[in-house]
Design a protein around this ligand. Structure first.
Ligand code: GLP
Length: 264
């Protein structure tokens, strides 16, 4: 893992948007894996702004989102499809047909999971996968104890996730859909590059377990330690429980790739 500790959440979001923009510039036919959640809102706002300022062309980009709630139609305001339309797709020149989010309203969700996995392969696999982190360590909706080599599948959401996401559902856990479709941890690990972005003190403990703990199904995000090209962007608050802070800062100053990235 290459880890960057940013001075604040604003720098974290600026750098995350920079990675995405750079990917699209260097490969205009990129296949991007996208994420949702509060952390991503500011990143997409920044990316949309950069896209406008620099006339970034998304017309040949393809996207695959990590996950979707089962039972919510695309026009439901809490669906991840709706989120993506609002926060990103409407603000950039990406053709609708190039954007993929699992269909949570599919009659046969198991078949939808398989077909989603097939569509990712047909597109040539994911070049860059953007990821947030759940407070329980989930990536996508791969909850604790899920198989580290799983493919796109149907999950029953953990109680902690229902609590964490209740804010989007009138603070009522009962209103959060109980199940979701998610890329598997194995699907995520197949992406050629991964970008994990985490901000805020509430995630400091889980960040330390993801980065410094053992690779364990108990903490699905820890599987990213096995990824050969994973960049982690943290703000000071999210990094505050790491024991290897000095080593990380040293890498930031001496690793040529990180130095180039940070001086851009
Ligand atoms: C949801 C998504 C995850 C995301 C997480 C983080 O649970 N399924 O992919 O990482 O939210 O959310 P937030 O950024 O709101 O903390």
């Amino acid at each position: 893992m290459k880890i960057v500790i940013c001075s604040d959440a604003a720098q974290t979001r600026r750098l995350a948007a920079q990675v995405l923009a750079q990917q699209v510039k260097s490969k205009p036919t990129s296949v991007l894996g996208l994420a949702t959640g509060r952390t991503m809102e500011a990143i997409y706002a920044q990316l949309a702004e950069t896209a406008q300022q620099q006339a970034l062309d998304f017309s040949r980009v393809t996207t695959f989102n990590l996950d979707e709630y089962i039972g919510l139609k695309a026009d439901h305001p809490q669906s991840y499809r709706y989120y993506m339309q609002t926060h990103l797709f409407q603000r950039i020149n990406i053709p609708a047909a190039n954007t993929h989010v699992p269909d949570g309203a599919a009659a046969d969700v198991e078949a939808e999971a398989q077909s989603y996995e097939g569509r990712i392969s047909q597109a040539g696999g994911i070049d860059l996968q953007l990821l947030g982190l759940g407070e329980n360590g989930h990536i996508g909706f791969n909850e604790p104890l899920s198989a580290l080599n799983s493919r796109t599948h149907v999950v029953t959401l953990a109680q902690a996730t229902l609590k964490q996401n209740a804010g989007m559902f009138n603070n009522d856990m009962e209103q959060v859909p109980a199940r979701a479709l998610t890329m598997g941890t194995g699907t995520i690990l197949d992406a050629r590059e991964a970008l994990l972005v985490v901000t805020g003190a509430a995630k400091a403990d889980i960040v330390a377990r993801v980065i410094e703990g053992p690779v364990s199904a108990l903490v699905p995000g820890s599987a990213l330690q096995l990824h050969p090209h994973c960049l982690v962007l943290l703000d000071e608050a999210a990094a505050s429980r790491l024991t290897q802070r000095e080593a990380i800062l040293w890498q930031m100053q001496h690793d040529p790739e990180l130095r180039t990235f940070l001086s851009a």
